[in-house]
Write a protein of this length. Structure first.
Length: 460
């Protein structure tokens, strides 16, 4: 893998390429990210119908705390029987706010490091699913139990933990536990809502999350970045260039391509990605691929290409929640199982948790992907001011009929009509026909901004 580090206007951008293809990207958020931050919150209101409570945070935005995210271990730790309205509560932002929803918070605190995640209100020991060697898993499981027993905290051993000695892991756990003790002390002293803990700054976050196993080379546009990379790992090649790395390696161009609704596949097929409020729906089409007359073979080739691209797009665009994939119809269970196993293998590369539930009776693949920060779509696109994000406009025939009606009901004392239409209408409307209907001198200008309407003015 190749890691690109691009310093631009004093902010760090990062991109990960696998076999020359862009798979993951990081841009610092213009609006400061709150995911992972820990707050002293105040319970404003319990809503039984939602099985949740609204929690006031420092920015006067209400966080959303589900009842099931109030852990018994949290209550026991602070000697509480239950939480009540008006009471302060220690919460961590689990998921950033969406377009209409506030941030989702939880009492199940997690302090992430490069090698472990410390879980003070848990007693479980977890090992990254990306660690495949059974010997490593056994060794780390034993270590995890030792950490849990000493600090009385749950722990997750991350993928990077398999690459270092136990000494490094113990050292990081000590630092995280000290951080936790300070958070608890500050919480007990606090009487007002406030931020207690902020996740790492941009540079530290990038190195923690992107300098992973498999990264063989880093290309950066700053000598300072080279030294930072070497402080994390001395085995990675680092090349420094004096240019915008994203432009040099086509990252910006590729981003524009993958944000399209339709994304082509190597053999001529395509995937069509529709992101709705409730879920992400992906349709796989064979397109112009006709290299074989065997339908099952055609569907398998195209679907396998789609699997790789879908897993890449989910990571790259940071799409999350419920995901439904409509693959090209497969007649045999063997074909479906092959696609299922291929998808499971591809999503293992994702640093976010992906669950695959299998095919429904209608042949749709169901899956979910955990996401805590905004998607690329939310950050780089806005709703169309014309169609309000629907992707559809009024049928031009209705617009033309309305225009015809206005022309036939013209004021009595006019001789000219000046009509401004969207360029979309240039091939759809006949100027001479408008003159005959209105019995006026008609001036047409195809410069109007809205295809749903027009501008009509009169002259005497």
């Amino acid at each position: 893998m190749l890691l690109l580090l691009n310093k631009k206007n004093d902010t760090l951008q990062a991109a990960l390429l696998e076999n020359g293809r862009l798979t993951e990207i990081y841009f610092p958020d213009e609006d400061e990210s709150v995911a992972g931050n820990i707050f002293v919150g105040k319970i404003e209101k319990f809503v039984p119908a939602l099985e949740a409570a609204f929690v006031k945070l420092t920015n006067d935005e209400n966080g959303f705390l589900r009842i099931k995210d109030i852990r018994d271990e949290y209550l026991n730790f602070f000697g509480l029987k239950k939480l009540q309205e008006g009471q302060k509560v220690l919460v961590q932002v689990k998921k950033e706010s969406g377009t209409k929803k506030g941030p989702q918070v939880t009492t199940n605190i997690g302090l992430p490091g490069r090698y472990v995640v410390l879980m003070p209100f848990s007693h479980s020991v977890g090992i990254s699913r990306k660690i495949h060697q059974e010997e490593d898993r056994v060794r780390l499981k034993k270590l995890g139990h030792e950490i849990r027993d000493k600090f009385e905290c749950g722990v997750i051993l991350r993928t990077a933990s398999s690459e270092v000695s136990e000494e490094y892991i113990w050292g990081e756990v000590e630092i995280l536990y000290s951080t936790w003790l300070k958070i608890v002390d500050d919480f007990k002293r606090s009487k007002k809502v406030k931020l207690l803990y902020k996740d790492l700054d941009t540079d530290s976050f990038v190195f923690r999350e992107f300098l992973k196993a498999g990264v063989e080379e880093v290309i950066a546009n700053s000598a300072e970045l080279r030294e930072l990379v070497r402080s994390y790992s001395k085995n990675i090649r680092v090349k420094v260039v004096e240019t915008d790395v994203f432009e040099e390696y086509g990252v910006n161009k590729e981003l524009k391509r993958v944000l399209n609704r339709s994304i082509p596949l190597p053999s001529g097929g395509e995937i069509v990605v529709d992101k709705t409020e409730a879920m992400v729906v992906i349709d796989v089409n064979s397109g112009h691929y006709t290299s074989t007359d065997d339908h099952e073979q055609l569907s398998e080739i195209t679907n396998l290409e789609a699997v790789k691209e879908i897993a890449r797009i989910l990571r790259l665009r940071n799409l999350g929640g419920m995901i439904i994939v409509d693959f090209i119809d497969m007649k045999t269970e063997a074909s479906k199982n092959k696609i299922l196993q291929a998808m499971k293998a591809e999503v293992m590369k994702d640093r976010n948790r992906v669950e695959i539930y299998g095919f429904t009776q209608l042949g749709l693949l169901e899956m979910t992907r955990k996401r805590t920060t905004k998607s690329l779509d939310e950050r780089f696109t806005v709703s169309c001011p014309v169609c309000s994000g629907s992707g559809r406009v009024i049928n031009p025939q209705f617009v033309i009929e309305k225009l015809m009606y206005e022309l036939t009901h013209k004021p009595a004392d006019v001789s000219q009509a000046i009509i401004k239409l969207h360029p979309y209408f240039k091939e759809l409307i006949n100027k001479e026909e408008l003159r005959q209907i209105s019995k006026l001198n008609v001036h047409l200008h195809f410069m109007y901004h809205d295809p749903n309407s027009y501008e009509l003015s009169w002259k005497k």
